[in-house]
Design a protein around this ligand. Structure first.
Ligand code: SF4
Length: 335
């Protein structure tokens, strides 16, 4: 006799529990809004598409243009080739730099090789780059609040000479920070951090270094702020909450943490409906759904549709703010 593995048997039992004959279990879905694509991601995707239209296939893209497999595969089908480093790009093909930004050495090397390059860095990340440069020119050491190894952090640190930026990731590191001149400091932040955590880290820096310079709030972008606010608004009204996004997407991971912190008993990241473990929803009457800034709305639709197959679904959208931000495309792609 062929037996299914235990996990499959549990899954089948849960599916039966959720859909007893035609009597599906009721499920209210609270859809957080705003969710999903931000203006920077939308612009980056359009840049790749327009570069392919203008220069033909293939167009090289350094690093995942945004952290979402579905987006990357869609662009690959249109003629994009994703690489990690510039030396993988042939001399005769254009290259696009991802929305996360790149160290200064990257466009410099592209220029030296006479490559056609188009920069899809989000304008809100470029703003942080300019701030860091301004502080450095004024002789200040820049303290960057962010996560080591994230492409945005690598890009921001790479705007200044090696050693000019000190990276801190949490309050403990801010409290232990060792600086040569405590009166000549400035801070900047990654754009996709937890708003609440960052306020605490900035407060810790200001306590230790009262003259530290920095933006009035922080550099966390409007999209990260709005998505976190929407997740907070639904978190305590849900029995469980799913964030659609990629594990390497900083803003998606922060949504998972924020929802848990604001009272949702169980939260998890799911890349798409096919990855859902439906046993996880046994006993859940109210399910929150949101999506990181790099996750397309079709993945939300797909998850809601998959829920409808298994439950008697009612959808309620909870909107905490309207968004109307649009970023211009580079001039070279508009004409
Ligand atoms: S999440 Fe924010 S910083 Fe990142 S691309 Fe979107 S708008 Fe720009």
């Amino acid at each position: 006799m062929v037996r299914e593995p235990a996990s499959e048997r549990a899954g089948i039992r849960a599916e039966r529990f959720l859909m007893i004959e035609s009597h599906k279990t009721p499920l209210t879905i609270l859809l957080a809004s705003p969710r999903g694509f931000c203006a920077g991601v939308d612009r980056a995707i359009q840049i790749v598409e327009r570069t392919i239209e203008r220069y033909g296939r293939p167009v090289y893209v350094r690093h995942e243009i945004v952290h979402n497999r579905c987006v990357v595969e869609g662009l690959e089908a249109k003629g994009a080739i994703f690489v990690e480093e510039l030396d993988e790009v042939p001399d005769d093909r254009p290259v696009v730099f991802s929305a996360h930004g790149v160290p200064k050495a990257v466009p410099a090397e592209a220029g030296r090789r006479n490559l056609v390059f188009i920069d899809a860095t989000c304008p809100l990340v470029s703003k942080v780059h300019r701030e860091a440069e301004r502080h450095h020119e004024a002789g200040r050491t820049v303290v960057l609040i962010g996560h080591a190894g994230h492409p945005e952090v690598i890009g921001t640190m790479g705007q200044l000479p090696a050693g000019a930026v000190l990276l801190v990731k949490d309050v403990a590191e801010a409290q232990a920070l060792d600086v040569a001149d405590p009166h000549n400091l400035a801070f900047a932040t990654q754009t996709t951090l937890s708003v609440d955590d960052t306020i605490e880290i900035v407060a810790a820096l200001r306590r230790r270094f009262p003259s530290i310079q920095g933006p009035k709030m922080e550099d966390i972008c409007y999209a990260t702020t709005n998505r976190q606010a929407a997740a907070k608004a639904i978190a305590r009204h849900c029995d469980a909450l799913v964030v659609i996004g990629a594990p390497n997407s900083s803003n998606s991971m922060r949504l998972v943490e924020v929802a848990a912190h604001y009272g949702c008993p169980k939260t998890r990241l799911v890349q798409r409906a096919a990855d859902m473990d439906w046993t996880w929803l046994v006993g859940v009457g109210r399910l929150g759904i949101t999506a990181g800034a790099s996750a397309p709305e079709l993945l939300v639709d797909e998850l809601v549709a998959a829920c409808r197959e298994r439950f008697d679904v009612t959808v309620e959208e909870v909107r905490t703010t309207e968004e109307s931000v649009v970023f211009k495309l580079p001039r070279t792609l508009v004409a």
